[in-house]
Design a protein around this ligand. Structure first.
Ligand SMILES: C[S@@+](CC[C@H](N)C(=O)[O-])C[C@H]1O[C@@H](n2cnc3c(N)ncnc32)[C@H](O)[C@@H]1O
Length: 274
């Protein structure tokens, strides 16, 4: 019997970097609005570049702030066009930043998403517990100009048209304890080691794992427009979901493919999505 595939390449005429049962990696720019001509996404789990000067191999992480907001508007709009009506967007972004001027990044991107027509649902605060790395105090023990830094990031939860999921397998695979713990909107777990993964800003596996189990059905299509080292797709297909990722850097696509191949388990149980 032939294994089911999502077959994104045939459906949208895109040239995949890697496509196998249940998983598709596309080496392209997510700001390209012609990448997909139609809706296919049930859940987006992603962390865009934060524009804080990270040394990515293919994109400039030092844009002027207005250019960064324009870039954000473009990809958030594209994701909206490619999403099914009940789709959710789980957006991991900083609360704020102080490099190159203090900016309310979390509030600004949430506002842009809403302007694009994503509806706001809630925000999870991810406590990364990295307070020990703290070095900048501003004016030490003086009210002159102290710096306040919250060692947290946000996971903003948005949806396209309706919060209630009407379509899909209707099969949830979350345990009672997971559901109770994760619906408390403060999540505490450590970040991932860049060195261990070989990418400058990887997700800890726990982040997409929780988002996927809490917010999608088994066999849903999970999308990450900034795939990086592939963590979202690893968790998507290890948990019986289809996974599609876009990544601009070919080297990171190779890394993502390698990590996915090394962690695969559930492919054979997937059916064609609706
Ligand atoms: C914060 S990292 C994502 C890391 C990912 N969550 C992981 O677990 O490895 C952002 C990624 O977006 C990619 N990127 C930047 N601009 C892009 C664009 N316009 N289109 C697609 N990918 C892009 C970068 O190369 C980088 O790998």
């Amino acid at each position: 019997m032939q294994k089911p595939t999502l077959d994104i390449s045939t459906r949208f005429g895109v040239d995949p970097f890697f496509e196998e049962v249940g998983v598709c990696i596309i080496n392209n720019d997510v700001c390209n609005s012609n990448l997909f001509a139609g809706e296919f996404i049930d859940l987006i789990v992603t962390s865009p570049p934060y524009n804080v000067g990270i040394d990515y191999d293919s994109n400039d992480d030092t844009l002027g702030y207005e250019d960064y907001l324009d870039f954000s508007r473009q990809w958030i709009q594209n994701c909206y066009e490619w999403s099914k009506p009940h789709a959710r967007l789980l957006l991991n972004i900083p609360l704020d930043k102080n490099k190159g001027g203090n900016r309310s990044v979390g509030a600004d991107l949430t506002r842009i998403a809403q302007a694009v027509d994503w509806k706001y649902h809630a925000t999870i605060v991810w406590n990364e517990g990295n307070i020990s790395r703290r070095t900048a105090w501003g004016s030490w023990m003086s009210a002159s100009a102290p710096y306040v830094i919250a060692p947290v990031e946000l996971i903003v939860i948005l949806y396209k048209e309706s919060w209630k999921k009407q379509l899909g397998s209707k099969e949830s695979d979350i345990s009672r304890d997971e559901f109770m713990a994760w619906t408390n909107g403060v999540w505490t777990f450590n970040g991932e080691s860049k060195k261990r993964v070989g990418h400058p800003a990887p997700f800890p596996r726990e982040l997409p794992y929780r988002c996927i189990k809490l917010f999608s059905y088994v066999e849903d299509v999970v999308f990450d427009p900034f795939l990086g080292s592939g963590t979202t797709l690893i968790e998507a297909h290890n948990n019986g979901r289809f996974g599609v990722g876009v990544e601009i850097d070919r080297g990171y696509c190779e890394l993502a493919q390698k990590r996915i191949m090394n962690s695969r388990s559930l492919f054979t149980t997937l059916r064609e999505p609706e």
